[in-house]
Design a binder for this molecule. Structure first.
Ligand code: SF4
Length: 264
């Protein structure tokens, strides 16, 4: 069954949530004109946000991190966004020399050797390129949702904790069913790997399919202690647990068997 068949469900208040998300994005685009970017992981939530930006012609740039380790299906979404929406996606890659040196020194499977090496890999492939994406920008848009994890249960629509830059989370109050209901009703392009029991898709070496009954996040950095899952993109210095994954890494912890009765 496809991800749409598994997860999409119309629930009360859906239209109001969409309208509110749009209002949040519209206000942010006006308040940060020319200085706002959507940092898309190309995951389901972020594809919804890109659709909202394109559909309503919001002046928000779209940027992504091409780590050099993504699945071909994920990379293909960059062109699909361009073709479907006519949006020029900014692509940020790691410094090739730094990446090469890291692989030469530690090997291609360094992320499995230790948490420190895995974080170093995330640092050079994600955190440093993200810094370039955000340079000169006063706001960024993410697909964080409160439902994704306990640490994100209080995600605000506008996170102003960083004095330098506002984080805009327009889908903060959306459910996983909402995300897929929007994708289904607006024919939003999405990663076909979502149809292969990969609700959370990151770099290829660090993502696996999940089994029935497993937490949606179980397929990310599955060999590590849950408390150590962190790539640094959403780290809050006083709350390490708040940054347990990349933007696309977490989904609603809902056993697959509970979703089987969901409809489009
Ligand atoms: S998710 Fe895995 S492959 Fe990707 S940057 Fe982090 S450690 Fe490296």
């Amino acid at each position: 069954m496809s991800a749409i068949g598994l997860y999409a469900r119309a629930t009360p208040g859906f239209d109001a949530r969409v309208e509110h998300s749009l209002a949040v994005l519209r206000e942010a685009a006006q308040a940060h004109a020319g200085r706002i970017v959507q940092a898309t992981s190309l995951g389901a939530e972020d594809m919804v946000i890109t659709d909202l930006i394109a559909r309503h012609r919001l002046a928000i740039a779209v940027g992504t991190l091409e780590t050099g380790m993504l699945h071909a299906q994920t990379v293909a979404l960059i062109d699909r966004i361009r073709e479907r929406y006519g949006l020029a996606v900014e692509v940020y890659r790691p410094d090739p020399e730094v990446a090469l040196r890291f692989v030469k020194t530690h090997g291609e499977r360094a992320m499995y050797q230790s948490v420190a090496l895995r974080k170093d890999c995330c640092g050079l492939r994600k955190v440093e390129p993200l810094g370039r994406m955000l340079a000169g920008r006063s706001a960024w848009v993410t697909g964080l949702r409160r439902e994704q994890s306990n640490a994100r249960a209080v995600v605000p629509f506008l996170d102003t904790e960083d004095a330098e830059r506002v984080k805009v989370n327009p889908l903060a109050d959306w459910s996983w069913a909402d995300v897929w209901h929007y994708i289904a009703s607006h024919d939003v392009p999405y990663n076909p790997l979502h149809d292969e029991f990969m609700p959370s898709i990151g770099c290829a070496p660090c993502t696996r399919a999940i089994a029935v009954g497993e937490d949606f996040r179980a397929g990310r950095w599955w060999w590590e202690d849950q408390d150590l899952k962190e790539c640094g993109l959403h780290v809050k210095e006083d709350d390490p647990a708040a940054a347990t994954e990349a933007p696309q890494a977490s989904m609603l912890a809902m056993p697959l068997d509970e979703t089987l009765g969901a409809h489009r």
